[in-house]
Structures are given as structure tokens and as C-alpha cells.
Design a protein around this ligand. Structure first.
Ligand code: UD1
Ligand code: CA
Length: 452
């Protein structure tokens, strides 16, 4: 097999997005468009992936990191000019180069693979990935020879004649090139067109005129090839990607009660026999085990959840949740929390930067922040860790088997010993030794016959 290289075009500002965020960084299902493209192309075994950056170069690099190398296109003089910037890294390589746009987030590695195969089989110097569009407006059109059906060239919408505008086959902006030929021919591409830009697709026409073999691979799935230039296309891409992700997880054995109302990030992983109820949103890197019940109306971000866990009407962020845990309704698990197996965090409980050992419970109306809770601890209704004095945060420790009565304030730093009991309504300011009872409230006095 020929060696493979990839060039991703990501230098444009994306004026039509009307956004402060650079176009290729707009997320689709939670992941920047350009990242989708890089993730898919890296599955095709490309030796090196070169991303052409310009607007927002630093931010693009931050997102892609070491998955790509980079060249800078200082002025955005067109897609052909953009690819030319990769010459310093790829110019002398032998092999096949796939060129992709950072704004076509849905093109799958399977389609890229089919393009590579077609390119190789036809022995072409250049192969363009095309699609049949119901509404081709905005895309370059693929002009073929009438008798043979062979590709002649690609014409941009703004340069097309009436007859060419009627062509329904579009250029998806993805191509395979013989690498050396690509950089040789790019030098011949001019900018004498309606936009005054160096067009990459002109390479096709030039090669054809030279008598070289050029070819086209028409994908049957137009929905994959959408180029996102504005927010309307962005919403469409989001819908298509969402359907793709949800369908994938259904095939892996995940139940969706209402697929249309369930939002799964491209990087989420879900175990089989888990049921997702309407309004479930999984953001970023989320891993959910098997046989869980998630939702309704639950948002989980960058967290790991074990198996057979139930999370209803709740928010979980940057935390670890074990197996057979019961969260909610209306609980908030804030970053850096760790809930071991069989923990219960019930309604109106907020947990922040706190660990709960196995089987511990905070069932109702509590704030547990900056705390280490042992195993089999019961935090009664309204237990509060008083962790903040207005300047600093302090740690509360509650050791294994302790029982904290209702409405207790644990003023940190403080430790409740093993199996200790804190009486309801206590405000605890000093450590409680293990195995003991602590009562910290004023005695009740009854004044008999007071009303008389
Ligand atoms: C391009 C194609 C068009 C095709 C469509 C598919 C050209 C001339 N036209 O049009 O035939 O149907 O994609 O979606 O190639 N970019 C740079 N540097 C530049 C210009 C663009 O890096 O100087 C990048 C952009 O960031 C973007 C990609 O190249 O990711 C495509 O550019 P864009 O301006 O969106 O091209 P289209 O008009 O959509
Ligand atoms: Ca585009």
C-alpha cells in the first residue's frame, strides 16, 4: 500500500458564521468540527496529518495537540494556496495525500477509505469525493464529459454558467492526490476567478488538460458531506451527527426512550442495557457502565459512572461515580467528587470535591463540600459541612460508620470519629472521638403554665 498523508484546511475565519469563534472550532455534538475531521482521518493510517492554520491558529493547535503537525497560512488566499503551505512538510514525500476541509465534520473514515481505494484502483493522479445534492447551492459543481462521464473539472458556484449551476453533483472538498503531482501542479493554479482566490479544485482541471487520469468517487450519502459555512448548516450537521451517534449506541445495546431528546457527545462511551431517559445530556469524555438508568433531565459532563447506577434529574460534573449508586432527583455532583459503590445522594443534595466511601448516604437537603466521608456513613437530612470562613476552604472528615443527625453543622476543619454519633441540631466545632456521642445544642427548657 502507498504511504498516506493528510492535509486539513483550517485557516479560514468563517465570516458567514458571524461569530467570534473561528469556524472550524465550532462544536458539533460537543467536539470542534476540525477535531472530528482529524479523529476520522487518523483512523485511515495516515503517516502524518498536517493542519493548515491561520485565523485562531493557537486555539486550533490547543485543541488538536500532538494529533497533527501544523503549517501557517498567513493570508487566506484560497484553498489551493492553503495546501501549498504544507509543501515544506510534505513536498518531498512519495505517496497519496488526502486533503480535507476542517468544516466538513461528518465525513467518516469509511468514506475516506473508499476514496483511497477508488483512487488507487483507477490509478488516478487526483480523485475528488463528490455527492449528489438535492440542493447544490453554495458548493462547487463537478463537470463531467457527456459521452464518457469522465471528470473534466470542478467549477465554483460563483464562476459557474447557468448550465453548470444546474449540475447536482457537488465537490465535497475532499480529495486524494498523488503527493508529488499535487505540489507540482499547485504552482500552476492561478487566481483569475470571481473571488480572486487560488482554488484547490483547479488542480483537477489542470491535470485533465495535461492528459493525466483524474477521477471522482461519488459517495451515496450526501448527509456526510455537508460543509458548514453558517449556523443553518451547523444545526443540520448537529442533527445528522446526533442521529449517527445515537444509532451507534442503540446498536451497542443502549436503550433510548426518546432519541430526539437525548444528546450524547462524540466521545462518550455507554455500556449495554443502560437506559437513557429523555433530556439526558452527556458532555465531553463521559463513560457510563452497563445497566444504568440515566435521566430524565440529567446532564453528565467529563465523568465516569459505574454499572447499575441510577441518576435522575441531576447534574454531575468532572467526577467519579461507582456502581449501584443512586443519585437524585435534583442532586448536584460538582467537580472532583468521588462516590464509591452503593452510595446514595438524594434530593437537593450538593456535593463538591468530596469523597464518599462505600454505602454512605446523604439522602436529603445537604451540602457536602471539601469532605472525606468514610464508608457506611449516614449524613442526616440537612447535614452541612461548613467549609468556608470567607477566606479559605477547610476539610471535614467523617470516619466509617459515623451517624450525623439531622440539621448538623460540621464546622471545618473537623473530624467525626469512627462510629461516632452527632446529635440532631448540633453545631460541631471540635473533633468527635470515635465510638462517642456528641451533642452540641442548648438544652430544652419547658416553662409550665407559662401562658397563664
Ligand atoms: C470549498 C470548495 C468547493 C466545495 C466546498 C465543499 C474551493 C475553492 N471550493 O468551498 O468546491 O464544494 O468547499 O464544502 O476549494 N481555507 C483555508 N485557507 C483559505 C481558504 C479556505 O484554510 O485560504 C479552509 C477553510 O477554513 C475551510 C476550507 O478551507 O475549512 C474550505 O474553505 P471555504 O471557504 O469554506 O470553501 P467553500 O466556499 O465552502
Ligand atoms: Ca466550506
Amino acid at each position: 500500500m502507498n504511504k498516506r498523508y493528510a492535509v486539513i484546511l483550517a485557516a479560514g475565519k468563517g465570516t458567514r458564521m458571524k461569530s467570534e469563534l473561528y469556524k472550524v472550532l465550532h462544536p458539533v455534538c460537543g467536539k470542534p468540527m476540525v477535531e472530528h475531521v482529524v479523529d476520522q482521518v487518523s483512523q485511515t493510517g495516515a503517516e502524518s496529518i498536517v493542519t493548515v492554520t491561520g485565523h485562531g491558529a493557537e486555539m486550533v493547535k490547543e485543541h488538536l495537540g500532538s494529533r497533527s503537525s501544523y503549517v501557517l497560512q498567513e493570508k487566506q488566499l484560497g484553498t489551493g494556496h492553503a495546501v501549498m503551505q504544507a509543501e515544506e512538510l510534505l513536498g518531498d514525500k512519495e505517496g497519496v495525500t488526502i486533503v480535507l476541509c476542517g468544516d466538513t465534520p461528518l465525513i467518516s473514515s469509511e468514506t475516506m477509505e473508499a476514496l483511497f481505494t477508488h483512487h488507487q484502483e483507477t490509478g488516478a493522479k487526483a480523485t475528488v469525493l463528490t455527492a449528489g445534492a438535492e440542493d447544490p447551492s453554495g458548493y462547487g459543481r463537478v463537470v463531467r464529459e457527456q459521452e464518457t462521464g469522465n471528470v473534466l473539472r470542478v467549477v465554483e458556484q460563483k464562476d459557474a454558467s447557468e448550465a453548470e449551476l444546474a449540475i447536482g453533483e457537488i465537490n465535497t472538498g475532499t480529495y486524494c492526490f498523488d503527493n508529488e503531482t499535487l505540489f507540482r501542479v499547485l504552482k500552476q493554479v492561478g487566481n483569475d476567478n470571481s473571488q480572486g482566490e487560488y482554488y484547490l479544485p483547479d488542480v483537477i482541471g489542470i491535470l485533465k488538460d495535461e492528459g493525466e487520469t483524474v477521477s471522482a468517487w461519488k459517495t451515496p450519502d450526501f448527509s456526510e458531506t455537508i460543509g458548514v459555512n453558517d449556523r443553518v448548516a451547523l444545526a443540520e450537521a448537529e442533527q445528522t451527527m446526533k442521529r449517527r451517534i445515537n444509532t451507534y449506541w442503540m446498536r451497542q445495546g443502549v436503550t433510548f426512550i426518546d432519541d430526539a431528546q437525548t444528546y450524547i457527545s462524540a466521545d462518550a462511551v455507554i455500556g449495554s442495557d443502560t437506559v437513557l431517559y429523555p433530556g439526558t445530556i452527556l458532555n465531553g469524555n463521559v463513560t457510563i457502565g452497563s445497566k444504568c438508568k440515566i435521566g430524565p433531565h440529567t446532564e453528565i459532563s467529563d465523568s465516569v459512572v459505574g454499572s447499575e447506577t441510577v441518576i435522575r434529574h441531576s447534574v454531575v460534573s468532572e467526577s467519579e461515580v461507582g456502581s449501584s449508586v443512586n443519585i437524585g432527583p435534583f442532586a448536584h455532583i460538582r467537580p472532583a467528587s468521588v462516590l464509591a459503590d452503593e452510595v446514595k445522594v438524594g434530593n437537593f443534595v450538593e456535593v463538591k470535591k468530596a469523597s464518599f466511601g462505600k454505602g454512605s448516604k446523604a439522602s436529603h437537603l445537604s451540602y457536602i463540600g471539601d469532605a472525606e466521608i468514610g464508608s457506611d456513613v449516614n449524613l442526616g437530612c440537612g447535614s452541612i459541612t461548613v467549609n468556608y470562613d470567607g477566606k479559605q476552604k477547610y476539610l471535614t472528615k467523617v470516619k466509617d460508620g459515623a451517624f450525623v443527625g439531622c440539621n448538623a453543622n460540621l464546622i471545618a476543619p473537623v473530624t467525626i470519629g469512627e462510629n461516632a454519633v452527632v446529635a440532631a441540631g448540633s453545631t460541631i466545632t471540635e473533633d468527635v472521638p470515635s465510638q462517642s456521642l456528641s451533642i452540641a445544642r442548648s438544652r430544652q427548657t419547658n416553662k409550665e403554665n407559662y401562658i397563664k
